[in-house]
Design a protein around this ligand. Sequence first.
Ligand SMILES: C[S@@+](CC[C@H](N)C(=O)[O-])C[C@H]1O[C@@H](n2cnc3c(N)ncnc32)[C@H](O)[C@@H]1O
Length: 584
Amino acid sequence: MSFSDLRAARQSKNARAFAAQSQAQQVNASPSPKQDKTESQEPSADAETLLDLYDLPDALTIRVVPREGRGIWSKHFIKRGSVILSVKPHTSVLSTPNLASYCSHCFEAASEAGLKRCARCRIVHYCTSGCQTADWTIHKRECAALQDWATHAPSAEVSVPSDAVRCLGRLLWAQQTEGPGSPCSKQVAAMQSNRKSLQPSAFEFHANLSHFLVRYLGISSPDGLQEFGIASSSDLVDLTSRFATNSYTVTTPDLTPVGACVSPVVALINHSCSPNAVVVFPRTSRVPLTEEPNMIVVALRDIQPDEQVLTSYIDTTLPRSMRRRELLDAYSFSCQCTLCTASSVVDPREALWCPKSCGGNCPLPTEENSLSQCARCKTAVKDTDAVLDAVRVGQQGLDKANSLQTKDPAKAVQLTTNLMPILISAKLTPSSHPLLGLSRLHQTLLISAFSASPTQDVLDEAIRTATRNTTGLSMILDEGHPVRGVALAEAGKLLAVDELEAKKPSAMPFERQDAFPPTGPPRLKLAYETLQRAREELLIGFSRAMEGGQVGREVRDALAALEKEMDVWKGGLRNAVNDLPRGS
Ligand SMILES: C[S@@+](CC[C@H](N)C(=O)[O-])C[C@H]1O[C@@H](n2cnc3c(N)ncnc32)[C@H](O)[C@@H]1O
């Protein structure tokens, strides 16, 4: 199997809302598989009017809950792995680093033939002239604004406006074209604003966003704003708040973040850190290119009639305190989901192995509570200060390695290589923060390093890291979670890469007999089993109706190729046995 499809460097592997873009994607978690229960009110007049605004499938309805506001509820039983909603976002933009490598209309990655660049702005690119023509209605406004912005930019680094500014620009131009009375404009206007409950930390973000948006739209007087239906500066902050509260990150089929989008109907879904649904962009031959990027909401668990559909806006592999801070800062609410309010169990995101290795876990000590003992055998963790130090160093290292990963990947991989043993010897479980984050970044960096300069050592280290990551993710995420499926697919693909050199027998006496990863046929067998597990999980997280997404189809093809390869091995072995002299 070729390695090229594992090449792309990734920053994060969790789909989530755009406003919470600090690191990684969605989770359903143990310790409690219990679903968040919220008492809904019967549809109010407000919700009933809203129902007319959205073209919801029959199985869904809109209800209002006192604390969370409007939300989407199931009317019927929805089976795990089913598509709950499938929409083309109202507005979507690529993030700036991806403008030259993905089509700005359908978000397809550049093929070997490359992309066509817009001859005027020379900023956006398209895969076909069909995509370019389809995008022209909006891009003609965007094209002029981009050119004007670039002409006045003080330096090349800021010659393209931020993703948020460009997305808002597209949203407003689309509304102007469709007219304020169009269903889309009404849906956008009905999106929730958190202007009145903004955290002080968010003020600067909204002030800057408003300022740059006005500049980008070429507005020089209040009348200019009125043309977009914005009557005052409060209206402007309302708009930026509605955008921040309701936008999503667009990801590739393997969950690499590539842009931002707004879909008012998907934005009606409320948050839980232990969600029963996920948002993904699967890309399959079953969806016409004109509908891409196709955004689907998939049930991760069986959803009962009268149950609320909930997705996660943030990376749920993070510990409770980080999740809650992010939700408060970006979405202005304090999360009361089952995962945030559970108190009795050891959260696998913040856990140590038992000091006596009894198989139980201990809670990670904190600055406030340094006492920690195994939940099973009650053995106390002795040097909790050393654990706290390791976690602190690990967190700082993760932040640094994240910022270095594109600028200086060699330094970043050196950092992750040095830090992981510190956290592992402090006995953090593979699901614990910051070990899981570091380890996932380490895997991404190793894959890039292997693509640039393939060696057996790097490949084997990538496989060990990928295996640790799938173990860690399986301790936190529900079976079938897309992040788990993609992680298993990567581990399986790495195991299926042709070995570069056979291990020399002379080296073997110094190695453990069960050295991991195995070589030869046992390695192929493990690759096959891992890819089979990946396929089963991808058929849930990206839905069977979407063939498990693009990654699911790739895994299906990889399994077929491996079956052939294993048959060749078996055939070779049979021939070798048949060739042996009789009696030997
Ligand atoms: C994308 S909107 C979700 C739909 C929103 N409830 C509405 O009425 O339009 C996100 C906002 O909904 C609210 N929200 C979502 N999930 C919540 C939760 N679990 N608890 C409290 N508020 C929540 C917060 O105000 C958040 O900023």
